[in-house]
Design a protein around this ligand. Structure first.
Ligand code: SAJ
Length: 420
């Protein structure tokens, strides 16, 4: 499949400059496209136009800085016409665990008036099944002058496809280029047009399909991981009850050639794995039984950890508890759906003791904790000197290097098994 013929004369507008949109925008700019990044936050727009980034992601700042300096990437609050529109906005869920596609709707409302014949719209955001077709219907209502794509029709004035992002936070730049991509078009031509775009920077294979299959494939990938992590978390609960070391157990079971159990932890966080399975459950509640049970096991894990800490604190007169890590996983600053945050907030709310937080990826505590009197952000040294209870929540690389002898006199609750 040929790459898009002339990147320098193709303008790409990327909506949403977050963990997905910003790397995509920067990489497209580095391949010579004329890229406009659109975000609703003036702070994010200013940061990027200054050649800097607002998130922690290895090497990304370098690529953004180069793209901005070369004039190929600029961020803006308002948009104009483009040839390609990429939507990379959040798709959270509501309180009753229903998908919320309102950010996509808002982006489409801004894009629709700017569309012209031949334009391509790509939805990168993880989305419930049917969203790409929904985008087509929203546009058709606003732009009756444009012939919209349909599965059973070869030609259309515009093309719409879903090309779900699959990058792992912490390895985004490598995975953006190396991973295979699923490209789901509303029609076959839509998929081909989107694949041409991605061909410019993706070294992995392109797999063309329809939009609904692409939507479900993305959700299923994350549900698969959630179910497997739930299995590990359930094992850790069983092992606690039976007084067996779960880490030893898993490493022994994994010696079997067809067994590969993942690692238990304090719960599952992030904006993807803890969220996406609910989109499947909402769409097919009667069938998604294992997927739902897995969500419940993983969501229950933070409270199990809180109970362990409370039991340890009860043995002390004025407990000082050092909580190592707040982010949802190692070596990033992302706090979204973080089980560590949930645990620390719960301990603070219940006044379990004085809480010393160690989080090398943050310069200050998030607002929900900054106000609490009993909570302080400290460095590793201070935490080790003052705490009676050491609660390991995130396996950041700095924590792995801690001298095991310093841990000996402490009550250690290691939810990730890094000090075993
Ligand atoms: N976790 C465990 N035990 C494990 C592995 C992970 O407790 O053995 C926890 C992590 O600590 C974290 C959560 O699970 O709290 C999720 O972390 P992750 O590294 O598995 O995944 P994410 O959420 O950072 O990224 C996922 C990836 N999906 C898959 O691996 C199937 C990524 O490829 C997706 O692009 C991303 O979701 C997304 O945006 O959907």
């Amino acid at each position: 499949m040929p790459a898009m013929s002339n990147p320098s004369s193709t303008r790409v507008a990327v909506y949403g400059l977050g963990y997905v949109g910003l790397p995509v925008a920067a990489v497209l700019a580095s391949r010579g496209f004329d890229v406009v990044g659109v975000d609703i936050s003036p702070r994010i727009v200013d940061t990027i136009n200054g050649g800097k980034i607002h998130i922690v992601e290895p090497d990304l700042e370098m690529v953004v800085h180069a793209a901005v300096s070369s004039g190929k990437l600029r961020a803006t609050l308002e948009t104009g016409p483009a040839d390609v529109f990429i939507i990379a906005v959040p798709t959270p869920f509501t309180e009753d665990k229903q998908p919320d596609v309102s950010y996509i709707r808002k982006a489409v409302d801004v894009i629709a008036p700017q569309l012209k014949k031949g334009d391509l719209i790509v939805l990168e955001s993880t989305s419930p099944v049917g969203t790409t077709e929904q985008i087509r219907d929203w546009i058709a209502r606003q732009r009756p002058d444009l012939d919209p794509p349909h599965a059973d029709k070869d030609e259309s004035d515009i093309h719409i496809a879903h090309c779900p992002e699959r990058v792992l936070p912490g390895s985004v730049l490598r995975e953006l280029v190396d991973n295979d991509r699923i490209v789901g078009g509303i029609s076959a031509h839509c998929a081909e047009h989107a694949a041409e775009l991605y061909q410019n920077f993706v070294r992995g294979e392109m797999h063309l399909t329809n939009a609904r299959t692409a939507e479900l494939a993305k959700l299923v990938e994350n549900a698969f991981r959630d179910v497997n992590i739930a299995f590990a978390n359930e094992l850790s609960n069983i092992c606690d009850e039976l007084d067996i070391n779960v880490w030893e157990l898993i490493s022994l079971a994994n010696k079997h050639p067809r067994v590969n159990i993942l690692s238990p932890g304090p719960g599952v966080g992030g904006h993807c794995i803890a969220v996406d399975p609910w989109f499947i459950i909402a769409a097919s509640p009667a069938n998604a039984k294992v997927i739902k049970a897995a969500r419940e096991v993983n969501d229950g894990k933070p409270d199990t950890v809180v109970e362990k800490v409370k039991a340890a604190a009860r043995k002390l007169r004025a407990p000082v508890i050092a909580c190592f890590g707040l982010s949802y996983k190692r070596d990033i600053d992302d706090l979204r759906e973080s089980p560590a945050m949930h645990i620390v907030e719960s301990l603070a709310r219940q006044n379990v003791g004085q809480l010393l937080i160690v989080e090398p990826n943050l310069k200050s505590l998030p607002e929900s904790l900054a106000q609490a009197e009993s909570v302080r952000l400290v460095d590793i040294k201070e935490a080790m000197a003052e705490a009676d209870v050491i609660l390991l929540l995130v396996d950041h690389r700095q924590f792995k290097r801690i001298d095991r002898d310093l841990l000996k006199p402490k009550i250690v609750i290691d939810t990730r098994g890094i000090w075993r």
